[in-house]
Design a protein around this ligand. Structure first.
Ligand code: MF3
Ligand code: CO
Length: 273
């Protein structure tokens, strides 16, 4: 039944392989961050990520997923998620969300970040910062909460605290992750009446809020992939893959395991090593 599908609880050994996948994703992110600037095409960024993943002996998880044609999703301005890399040339002030997944020995890592290119509108920077802050609030709730619903509560509270009337996208949400990219349970970015499953060691979850500067309503373009805001407002997307271990959380796609960002929430990360 909906919301009651079987959760894949990972062993320590499996989480350690997922950490390797997570670090490949982190390396791909770093390389794309270095390459991203006005004048570059989104296809060039895709090639940068593909090179890093291939050199690591890993596999790009998006390529071929339900027919998806690229290594990255690169979503620009009013594009929220699932933008397909191509000959689009990035421009000053663009809001660029980069999403990347990699597989190592059958185990997945998945993460996304947003950058605002130079000549940024400060309101776009604030949007990206609020989205990142909401993601970390959600991740902190995995450490401090009892049930998965705590994540959506924390994200919604964080967005409300930003106080600028951002839209929280509802059609696209976080997910369990492990031997497949998308697994139960759903990880909502907003409050519901459902408290959700109990948070337990061995759960691995992708936490990925998407915020807009306007309406939360979405539509899919003719390419059947690119998701845009209905009102044309700009959007940001941040994501990390997180493992819950016996002693706490470990952010598998963050090089420092999430230590720095979670310290601000009073959370100490607990690598499952
Ligand atoms: N990374 C997306 C997610 O976070 C999924 C990308 S869909 C794909 O769930 F088709 F591009 F792979
Ligand atoms: Co994801």
């Amino acid at each position: 039944m909906f919301g009651r599908e079987k959760i894949e609880y990972k062993t320590a050994e499996q989480v350690r392989v997922m950490r390797r996948a997570g670090l490949v994703v982190a390396d791909a992110h770093a390389a794309v961050r270095d390459a991203i600037r006005p004048g570059v095409t989104t296809a060039e960024l895709d090639a940068v990520a593909a090179e890093v993943i291939g050199a690591a002996g890993a596999t790009a998880s998006f390529l071929g997923y339900h027919g998806y044609p690229a290594t990255l999703c690169v979503s620009v301005n009013d594009e929220i998620v699932h933008g397909i890399p191509g000959d689009r040339v990035l421009e000053p002030g663009d809001v660029v969300s980069v999403d990347c997944g990699a597989i190592v020995d059958g185990w997945h890592g998945d993460a996304a970040f947003t950058v605002v290119l130079p000549d940024a509108d400060p309101a776009d920077v604030a949007l990206s910062d609020a989205t990142e802050a909401a993601m970390w609030a959600g991740i902190a709730a995995l450490a401090t909460g009892e049930r998965l619903g705590a994540v959506g509560e924390a994200i919604e509270d964080s967005v409300e605290a930003a106080g600028t009337g951002y839209g929280i996208v509802q059609e696209y949400i976080g997910h369990g992750i492990g031997s497949a990219m998308h697994q139960p349970p759903d990880v909502l970015n907003y409050r519901t009446r459902e408290r959700g499953p109990r948070l337990r060691a061995g759960m691995c979850l992708a936490v990925e809020p998407m915020l807009t500067r306007g309406s939360r309503m979405t539509q899919v373009l003719e390419d059947d992939w690119t998701v845009v805001t209905v009102d044309g407002s700009r959007s940001a997307h941040w994501e990390h893959t997180v493992a819950i271990g016996p002693d706490g959380v470990w952010v598998l796609t963050a090089p420092d395991g999430g230590a720095q960002a979670l310290a601000a929430h009073g959370v100490t990360v607990a690598p499952w090593e």
